[in-house]
Design a protein around this ligand. Structure first.
Ligand code: ZN
Length: 90
């Protein structure tokens, strides 16, 4: 894999943390049209950083999620075991 390139600095980024957990959220609307974010999938990804400006990106997502929210019990079990920071994205 070619390293991510910082668009601002034009420099190759560096791997900061491999195997971070990223939680994909989805927007749910209820019958009254109120929207809320709910957990959807947990992914393993790699955090890269630009040493010049500090810009960070999540790349290198696994082919499959670690677990999906329809597996409710397993999802909570896995999520509760994760002690590191969990990045959320939509
Ligand atoms: Zn940069």
């Amino acid at each position: 894999m070619v390293e991510p390139i910082c668009f601002k600095c034009g420099k190759r980024m560096s791997a900061k943390t491999n195997g971070v957990v990223a939680e994909e959220m989805m927007t749910i609307s209820d019958n009254e049209g109120n929207k809320s974010e709910q957990p959807y999938k947990l992914w393993s990804a790699d955090l890269w950083e630009c040493k010049e400006c500090g810009q960070q990106v999540l790349v290198g997502f696994a082919q499959q999620p670690i677990v999906e929210s329809f597996e409710k019990n397993k999802y909570e079990e896995v999520r509760n075991k994760i002690k590191t920071q969990i990045f959320q994205f939509k």
